[in-house]
Design a protein around this ligand. Structure first.
Ligand SMILES: Cc1cc2nc3c(=O)[nH]c(=O)nc-3n(C[C@H](O)[C@H](O)[C@H](O)COP(=O)(O)O)c2cc1C
Length: 357
């Protein structure tokens, strides 16, 4: 396996000027989006314990779709019935959920918006006990791979346009890929290409279960711990996933929802990772993390060759932001990236809740 030499990467150099604009049709895999703005996965903590969707949750997605985003990625959506996941996570671990998730997809489609299910695993649990990555049996790993493929099949049957494999932010796949957590001696452990095997096995299984479904992934380029994922590990995994037919990659890292960064000077705080990926890959790259002004987003698309911009917190405060920006490209979003939304019911904006009182 070739090793990626970090000295050969562009890192912020101007690769090739393109003519991309935020508000134009664009494609990822088999999916066409009316613009390049995507709502990044945002766990609302509002689903029932069995993954059921109430009116409040459906209403959030309706507002996002009506607000003009090209696509919405659901919050963390559990693929396995038995693992330990964040409270109130959406789930696609049972066929019985398909009709409800079809209602959600239909609601989003009414506004010409695409919907992507973020498929995720939490902590692996067996016989009622959490099991570390190292202590999982090979059969357990294969079962997780199958759970992802089954969940993708359910998403497709529910009318979703694509799935995102969540391999970021310290959840199961992120830990599995990280040398900090994975010391396995079998074919799923060792160097980066071996630790990435679970990711490529999932892509193969999903593509076999649902040929033609758009499959993207979100991975950590940095884990925030010494001995965690390195840039060359992440790039290696991305190349491998691309060879297995991955349709796009959302670039993320530890400290995902940063606070206290300056706008515009510190916007797009993971952009160097995205640019490094762009320099070795043909896949569409989705840049997340602190995107706040149309001017800098279009610089990323136009001068730096990124393909899509994804946003979470500003759309909690103003789901209609894409429509506002389409009319007024100089509009400054109200979100101050305070992370207050992590501690409110439904992960709503605390300022919106105060105004509604
Ligand atoms: C309340 C909240 C919940 C989130 N839930 C998820 C999630 O389920 N999956 C995920 O990949 N990222 C999740 N994120 C991270 C966002 O997708 C995004 O990567 C991060 O907030 C940076 O983008 P922003 O600066 O536009 O908010 C969440 C962020 C927030 C604020």
């Amino acid at each position: 396996m070739a090793v990626i030499n970090e000295d050969d990467l562009f890192f912020g150099a101007d690769p090739e000027k393109t003519e991309k604009k935020i508000f134009e049709e664009a494609h990822i895999g088999n999916m066409s989006l009316k613009n390049r703005l995507i709502r990044s996965a945002t766990w609302e903590a509002l689903a029932g314990e069995d993954g059921s969707l109430g009116n409040e949750l459906i209403g959030i997605y309706r507002d996002l779709a009506r607000g003009g985003a090209g696509a919405v990625i659901t919050g963390f959506t559990a693929v396995s019935a038995t693992d330990d996941v964040p409270a109130g996570s959406m789930r696609l671990d049972s066929d019985s959920l398909i009709p409800q998730y079809r209602n959600l997809a239909d609601e989003v489609h009414r506004y010409g918006c695409r919907i992507i299910a973020q498929l995720a695993a939490g902590y692996f649990v067996k016989d009622g006990r959490k099991v570390s990555i190292d202590d999982m049996m090979e059969d357990d790993v294969c079962r997780i791979v199958k759970d992802f493929a089954d969940a993708a099949r359910r998403a497709a049957e529910a009318g979703f346009d694509g799935v995102e494999i969540h391999a970021a932010h310290g959840y199961f796949l992120s830990r599995f890929f990280s040398p900090y957590h994975n010391h396995r001696k079998d074919r799923f452990g060792g160097a980066a290409d071996r630790r990435a095997r679970i990711l490529t096995d999932i892509i193969d299984a999903v593509k076999e279960a649902v040929p033609g479904l758009t499959v993207i992934a979100k991975i950590n380029f940095f884990d925030g711990v010494e001995g965690g994922v390195t840039l060359s590990d992440a790039l290696m995994a991305c190349k491998q996933m691309e060879r297995h037919g991955l349709d796009g990659l959302e670039v993320s890292a530890a400290n995902t929802s940063k606070t206290g960064f300056e706008v515009p000077s510190e916007e797009a705080y993971f952009k160097d990772y995205g640019l490094a990926l762009k320099s070795i890959s043909e896949m569409p790259v989705i840049l997340v993390g602190g995107n706040r002004t149309i001017e800098s987003m279009e610089t990323l698309l136009d001068d730096e060759n990124a393909d899509f911009i994804s946003i979470s917190r500003p759309l909690i405060r103003e789901p209609e932001l894409p429509n506002i920006w389409r009319e007024d490209r100089d509009y400054t979003p109200k979100c101050i990236s305070c992370n207050g939304c992590f501690s409110t019911p439904g992960h709503r904006c605390r300022f919106n809740l105060e105004e509604e009182k």
